[in-house]
Design a protein around this ligand. Structure first.
Ligand code: FE2
Length: 385
């Protein structure tokens, strides 16, 4: 039986212009395991490599970070912190609009705006020093390739805000810490990609065609069962582990702040993210097979080797390189018999494959004209026949 959460009423639920903020009822499957005292080794072998999400309940327990779970104390400690605030970016990209400039606002002022119903967001902002200095060091920073690095970013928005269903292009495992307020997370394994109508918009190939934010709560729960989703409402102080390549959709239940630690990748995932210029659901499917370095089958190993060979070749220009690698990734997915290359589930699958053909044709050098024999006549004035 799904669990129901009702958004907490904010201080004011009236938007400018006298509109009332819709309070969305959240019906969640609440089916993600919660664990405590999770060592890096257990996290790595039981969750990251196997693509199994988990909520870690005690990472901040007994540390100074715990105080930030109370929004009033967080505003008191960090209210002066300047934050870049802007519209929902993926929504802008899906609509084909250009990225708008962020405005800088103090954290305290933005918190007040969100309570009053503002729908702007802080997205993927590098965690500022004043916040980082309060946090305990993550125990998972030594996971992954020692040559790779980790990244940490923060997010802040209010009820009614969401992040469209997508996967992350950098192919990192993510530990998402909930600072204050609650957020609902839906996660879908990359093995389910064909059900998500992905990649039809070439500028945002990492997004699904499904607008989960517009589904009724009941339709959404039915759909989540169809795609075998994981679903939870993350509480302040908890951390959700999102394994690399996993689709995610996020809804803000309250005015909420969170921050992630994007872990160092294994050698294969880092190479795919950095050496292949464009992302795609075919690349996601290949990465899904390379997530556990100790369990890479011969076909995935061979596919990776041919990708390395192609990526180190010389090309006429960046477009030719991008088109050749995109085509190769699609061919490898087909050769490996991955689901993503099987007959289409949705029109989006057809559109995506046609975009690939068009891109390859556009990047190909113009066909050479048949050679003409040069004669004296040819250099002189043209004769009419
Ligand atoms: Fe993401």
């Amino acid at each position: 039986v799904p669990t129901t959460f009702l958004p907490r009423r904010a201080a004011s639920s009236t938007l400018p212009g006298g509109l009332t903020r819709p309070t969305r009822r959240i019906l969640t499957l609440d089916n993600i395991e919660r664990r405590s005292r999770l060592t890096p080794e257990v996290l790595d072998h039981e969750h990251l490599r196997r693509g199994r999400p988990v909520i870690i309940t005690d990472l901040w327990k007994g540390t100074s970070a715990e105080a930030l779970c109370d929004p009033r104390r967080a505003v008191a400690a960090l209210g002066h912190m300047p934050l870049p605030v802007g519209p929902n970016l993926i929504e802008e990209f899906l609509s084909g609009r250009e990225r708008l400039e962020s405005r800088w606002v103090s954290m305290a002022d933005f918190h007040g705006e969100l309570l009053a119903g503002c729908r702007d967001m802080v997205l993927e902002h590098d965690v500022p020093e004043e916040l980082e200095s309060i946090l305990p060091v993550s125990p998972y920073l030594d996971l992954g390739d020692p040559d790779d690095f980790w990244v940490s970013q923060m997010f802040m928005a209010g009820p009614g805000s969401y992040l469209h269903l997508h996967f992350d292009m950098d192919l990192r495992h993510v530990v998402m810490h909930q600072v204050f307020g609650r957020k609902r997370y839906v996660l879908v394994d990359a093995a389910q990609t064909r059900k998500l109508g992905a990649g039809a918009v070439s500028s945002v190939p990492y997004t699904s065609a499904m607008y989960l934010q517009n589904f009724s709560p009941e339709d959404l729960v039915d759909f989540l069962r169809y795609v075998d989703a994981w679903d939870c409402v993350l509480q302040p102080g908890e951390a959700l582990v999102i394994p690399a390549t996993t689709w995610h959709y996020v809804e803000y239940v309250d005015v909420a702040m969170s921050l992630n630690v994007r872990l160092a990748r294994n050698h294969h995932l880092r190479y795919l993210a950095e050496a292949v210029p464009n992302t795609s659901v075919e690349l996601q499917a290949l990465a899904h097979r390379l997530r556990d370095e100790d369990d890479v089958d011969i076909r995935a190993r061979t596919a990776f080797a041919s990708l390395v060979a192609a990526a180190t070749r010389r090309y006429a220009d960046d477009d030719a390189r991008g088109a050749a690698l995109d085509q190769l990734v699609a061919d490898l997915a087909g050769g490996m018999g991955l689901d993503i290359a099987a007959p289409p589930y949705q029109v989006a699958d057809v559109v995506r494959r046609q975009l690939l053909v068009d891109q390859t044709a556009a990047a190909a050098p113009a066909p050479a004209l048949p050679r003409r024999r040069v004669s004296r006549q040819a250099t002189g004035p043209r004769r009419r026949r």
